[in-house]
Ligand binder design. Structure first.
Ligand code: CO
Length: 303
């Protein structure tokens, strides 16, 4: 009798817990999937005309990920400060992730808008990892989408897109000169050489060099002379047609590529368009965002 009266509440409690467990399980099973969201990360720009490219990328991602918040982050502190003063602030990576968390997002797709995986991309990856470590369990997954030019397939797709885009304005025999950003050290220089080879396989009259990287203007000029090029279209191989495109490439200053080419007897005109304004380029970035299985909240898989 005593034993029964003592074990009855235990039995009831056990049944209740089992029922609760079943309920909780059911709730998870019928709940709508975890909130997903996108964080787009770019170096940033303070040139208002360059925003056209950012807006086109924004619209394309919103169409590709309907019903998901799409949040922007700029990695450049100088640019963030400048545009905040202009009254159109964009946050950094941690602010972007916090904004998504506040909107109930549990699965984040971080998409790099860099052209190549150079220093800026490495810094982006480190910043996301540090933020994930600072807020354990905040997200179920944080997938990292690779930059624009990751594979030969990407370079092929970009070459097709850029060449098709410029075709209507390009005269017969007119060369296309693309200005990449580049960096003095590191792997981006090698990525550029790969992209250059793919572009040249597609069109022999395409030339590529960088404003800050290993392949500079002198090499470009020598190549143009060897190929007896007399007329070129100048275009940035960058997400936006910002400061570099408007000044270093096509500007009127005497050290711009346009001025130096003019002094070498080469006629130039500019197609001031960022890659973000070219649909085929945006498609590559969207594909990278969708395809990424690189979850930065997980330990690397052990072999
Ligand atoms: Co720069």
């Amino acid at each position: 009798m005593l034993r029964t009266s003592r074990s009855l509440p235990v039995l009831l409690l056990t049944l209740m817990l089992l029922a609760l467990g079943a309920c909780a399980h059911k709730q998870v099973a019928t709940d709508k999937p975890a909130g997903e969201g996108v964080l787009l990360v770019a170096f940033g720009t303070s040139v208002p005309e360059a925003m056209e490219s950012m807006h086109a990328v924004d619209a394309a991602f919103k169409a590709a990920f309907p019903n998901e918040p799409v949040v922007w982050a700029y990695t450049s502190q100088i640019i963030r400060k400048k545009i905040a003063e202009q009254g159109r602030p964009v946050g950094g990576i941690s602010e972007g992730l916090a904004k998504l968390a506040a909107q109930g997002v549990r699965v984040v797709r971080v998409q790099s808008l860099h052209v190549m995986a150079g220093q800026e991309f490495s810094a982006l990856e480190r910043a996301v990892l540090l933020d994930v470590k600072k807020h354990p369990g905040r997200f179920e997954a944080v997938f990292l989408g690779r930059p624009l030019l990751e594979s030969r397939e990407d370079a092929n797709a970009l070459a097709q897109a850029v060449l098709a885009d410029v075709r209507p304005m390009r005269a017969k025999g007119e060369a296309l000169v693309l200005m990449g950003h580049g960096q003095e050290q590191g792997r981006a220089g090698l990525t550029l050489e790969g992209a250059r080879a793919v572009f040249r396989d597609t069109d022999r009259n395409v030339f590529m060099a960088t404003v800050e990287g290993a392949r500079g203007f002198e090499e470009l000029l020598a190549e143009l002379k060897t190929s007896k090029v007399k007329k070129v279209i100048l275009e940035p191989l960058m997400l936006v047609a910002g400061d570099h495109a408007r000044n270093d490439l096509a500007g009127e200053e005497e050290d711009s590529w346009a001025s130096r080419l003019a002094r070498a007897g080469i006629t130039t005109r500019a197609n001031l368009k960022g890659l973000g304004q070219i649909a085929g380029a945006r498609d590559i970035l969207i594909r990278h965002a969708k395809e990424s299985t690189d979850d930065l909240t997980r330990e690397p898989r052990k072999q």
